[in-house]
Design a protein around this ligand. Structure first.
Ligand code: PLP
Length: 421
């Protein structure tokens, strides 16, 4: 269709009339579609049903009865499974409750209350700032906001956060204590951090000696197209003399069941020692039954990789549908840009400046709920009001197609209004 900015007022107005008619038609269908959050669909959950019965034994290989109290850092076979899957040393790994987000929150609060090992509690400092690559994951930003951390936006590139910006900031400001990272198939753009980015994060000079990287590898095995692998940040940080710089997170929320899986974190020796001491006071043992079931169900890291191939095969046509639709409706126009995700759970689109909120409101009025505008930015403030996160994992293909048709109409209508002004 070419650039819309070159269309005459008459052309735009006539196109607007056509689109308004289409919008009313869709609205009259009385649809109720929800594409607001990245959840697995019921058919994907079904692939893990075997996990529910995978408890032929109650005892771990070291004789622990998983039905009872005890073991706060993960049963040995579960640690072995994830150590093998993620290339993390077992003694640096704690396998705990299902939600990696609650491990992040817990560590964050311990840093605020007690301080990183050998350092002052962050709550005692006049100011604490965190770098937030944008667009990013709303729940990370919500954790920082909860503690009153000042969030600093850092632009994302196709290779991860803009490292020139990151390095410049952390080198000169000792109140910058950390950064949120989703290194593989970032939420929401599906970006893969390249080796250079990972190396620079591990090695960079920081004014704060207790600088921390929250390395949320939530989509670490969630391939949809090619299988990408990121560099080993824990090893690189060790080699650079920063063994405690990184907290690494992962969970099986989107491998098996959200809320019914296992979550884990890993870090340097001093951090793990500190966390073990606190966890020992927080619980007498996490859900070891789910840990053992997970091991029985998958057996080996390759078992998990094979399982993820099945999930990827369900997600691929959904991602293809959204991306084809975007291409069909918007390629060559100046209404929309998007990053083609390399994997993960989301597709991120950028409208013309100042349009996202209105597009989402229009879609909602016609029956489709999308992730709220601004959600991908700290404080829910998208400075250009242009980013929209599309979450195609839950709806079926038919529903997805209807939502994308409606979304396309809304994007065009709001953009025309903007252009006519
Ligand atoms: N991290 C990222 C980047 C996510 O996208 C999500 C869920 O969407 C989570 C963490 C939540 O993980 P969990 O269920 O392990 O808390």
């Amino acid at each position: 269709m070419g650039s819309w900015k070159n269309l005459s007022k008459e052309e735009l107005s006539s196109y607007k009339q056509e689109l308004e008619k289409k919008y009313e038609e869709i609205k009259n269908l009385g649809m109720s579609l929800n594409m607001s959050r990245g959840k697995p669909s019921p058919d994907v959950l079904d692939f893990s049903n075997g996990l529910l019965g995978a408890l032929e034994n109650y005892h771990t290989k070291d004789g622990t009865d998983v039905r009872n109290y005890g073991v706060t850092t993960g049963i040995p076979e579960c640690k072995e499974l994830f150590s093998g899957l993620l290339d993390i040393l077992e003694d640096r790994l704690i396998v705990g409750g299902n939600a990696s987000l609650s491990h992040m929150y817990n560590i964050y609060s311990i840093l605020y209350l007690f301080g990183p090992p050998g350092f002052e509690p962050w709550s005692k400092l006049p100011k604490v700032k965190f770098l937030c690559p944008v667009p990013g994951y709303d729940r990370h930003f919500a954790v920082s906001e909860d503690f009153g951390t000042e969030m600093v936006n850092v632009p994302m590139t196709e290779n991860g956060p803009d490292m020139d910006v990151v390095e410049e900031l952390v080198k000169n400001d000792d109140s910058i204590k950390g950064i949120w990272c989703v290194p593989l198939y970032s939420n929401p753009e599906g970006v893969v951090y390249n080796d250079e980015t990972v190396r620079r994060l591990a090695q960079m000079e920081t004014a704060a000696p207790d600088f921390r990287i929250f390395w949320d590898n939530a989509y670490g095995v969630h391939h949809i197209y090619d299988e990408y692998k990121i560099a080993d940040i824990m090893k690189l940080a060790d080699e650079a003399g920063h063994p405690d710089r990184v907290y690494y997170f992962f969970s099986t929320s989107k491998v098996t069941f959200p809320g019914g899986g296992v979550g884990l974190f890993a870090s340097g020796e001093a951090n793990i020692k500190q966390m073990k001491a606190h966890i020992g006071k927080q619980t007498i043992g996490y859900d070891k039954i789910t840990q053992l079931r997970t091991v029985n169900f998958f057996k080996t890291p390759d078992g998990i990789r094979e399982h993820m191939k099945k999930l990827g095969a369900v997600l691929r046509p959904k991602f293809d549908l959204v991306l084809d639709k975007l291409e069909e409706e918007f390629a060559g126009t100046d209404l929309l840009t998007w990053v083609t995700p390399k994997g993960g759970y989301f597709i991120s689109i950028d409208t013309m400046d100042g349009c996202a909120k209105e597009i989402i409101a229009m879609a909602k009025e016609a029956g489709a709920t999308l992730t709220g505008a601004g959600a991908t930015f700290p404080y829910k403030k998208d400075p250009n009001d242009k980013n929209i996160r599309i979450a195609p994992t839950y709806p079926g293909l038919d529903e997805l197609e209807k939502t994308m048709d409606l979304l396309s109409v809304c994007i065009k209508l709001v953009s025309i209004d903007k252009l006519l002004k």
